[in-house]
Ligand binder design. Structure first.
Ligand SMILES: [Zn+2]
Length: 346
């Protein structure tokens, strides 16, 4: 029975890729090895020997085993035996290298991580996982590391996006509860009061009737916590009043800091910058079919921008108004999702 070996002292050696019969010529042997080495570096040499003096040396396992089967055919023919087919007997099969048990063990060898063209049968993800770099931490254990915020550090309102802040549920039946009715009566009464008086009590009213929650239109939005009647004052658009010429400079400054910019044009000369000094009104999103509108009112000889309800608004509804941006070439897509959506804000 032939066996795989690494001896080099057999007289009956058959050299693959070589025609010479002079096996005793050491020089030629060395020359062949050198030739093969030069041609296939790095390479594997396969050697099959048997106890009766047969030996084959080849860099191809298939060719090595073909030499064996050819020799067997020759001997059988000489002995007058029937010819036997060896079709399909590959070198891997004859050596047992295609056996799952063998490949399972072989694929675990550390050098296998360097194989680029081999299709792994049993450990497909073993070396791939190793390639992914592990996150290092100074103390060797993640539990010893201080907690670092995953939210954007420049977004001072990121807490308002928390999924734990549940917006008031929209339910027309529930919103007619006693509590709401009481609030509505008080608000309705306020509609009969002069504008200045209503404005002065607006701050305390705003806190009760609106809240900031995650919006389906964009980021955060202002939501109605109690039913609001048409024409009711909801919130003042407050902030720092700046000259209109300063807006570009401010925008660039906020952009540089990675801060979202919130501004509202008060009149031709003045803009309200609510980015830092504003209230919840800055989160009111645009809609092409809004339920609120903005209006400039005069109180104590000062102009104020106030958001009013355009129609009756139910608890749980998001408050929106039309930003009325001028038409520009660079378009800002609108995400309001209303039936009358104009597709762009500008
Ligand atoms: Zn729209």
């Amino acid at each position: 029975m032939p066996s795989v070996a690494d001896k080099d002292d057999d007289e009956n050696i058959i050299k693959d890729n070589c025609n010479d019969d002079d096996d005793d010529d050491d020089k030629k042997k060395k020359g062949l090895k050198a030739k093969l080495s030069a041609r296939y570096v790095p390479h594997i040499m396969f050697e099959i020997t048997s106890d009766d003096g047969f030996r084959i040396l080849s860099d191809s396992l298939n060719r090595a085993w073909k030499a064996v089967t050819d020799k067997v055919k020759e001997v059988r023919s000489m002995a007058g035996l029937k010819p036997v087919s060896y079709a399909g007997l590959t070198g891997l099969y004859m050596s047992g290298l295609d056996q799952p048990t063998f490949t399972y063990l072989l694929e675990q060898m550390p050098e296998c991580r360097n194989l680029k063209n081999y299709q792994f049968r049993h450990h497909k993800d073993r070396w791939r996982a190793d390639e992914e770099e592990l996150i290092e931490n100074k103390h060797g254990c993640a539990r010893c590391e201080p907690f670092t915020r995953t939210k954007h550090k420049n977004d001072m309102f990121s807490f308002l996006l928390s999924t734990y802040r549940i917006p008031p549920a929209y339910d027309p039946v529930l919103s007619k509860s006693d509590e709401n009715l009481t609030a509505n009566i008080a608000q309705r009464r306020s509609l009969e009061l002069p504008m200045a008086m209503r404005f002065r009590q607006l701050k305390s009213l705003t806190r009760e009737i609106v809240g900031v929650y995650r919006s389906s239109i964009h980021g955060r939005g202002l939501f109605c916590k109690k039913d609001i009647d048409a024409g009711e004052m909801i919130i003042e658009y407050s902030g720092e009043v700046i000259r209109a010429g300063l807006t570009d400079k401010r925008e660039k400054m906020y952009e540089g800091r990675g801060i979202g910019c919130y501004m509202f044009r008060k009149d031709l000369d003045h803009v309200i910058d609510s980015t830092v000094m504003g209230n919840a009104s800055r989160f009111i999103n645009h809609s092409c079919e809004p339920n609120c509108y903005s209006k400039v009112i005069h109180v104590d000889n000062r102009k104020h921008i106030v958001i009013f309800a355009q129609r009756d608004i139910k608890r749980g509804e998001e408050l929106t108004y039309d930003y009325k941006f001028p038409i520009e070439e660079v378009k800002i897509p609108c995400l309001c999702g209303s039936r009358k959506c104009r597709k762009y804000l500008n």
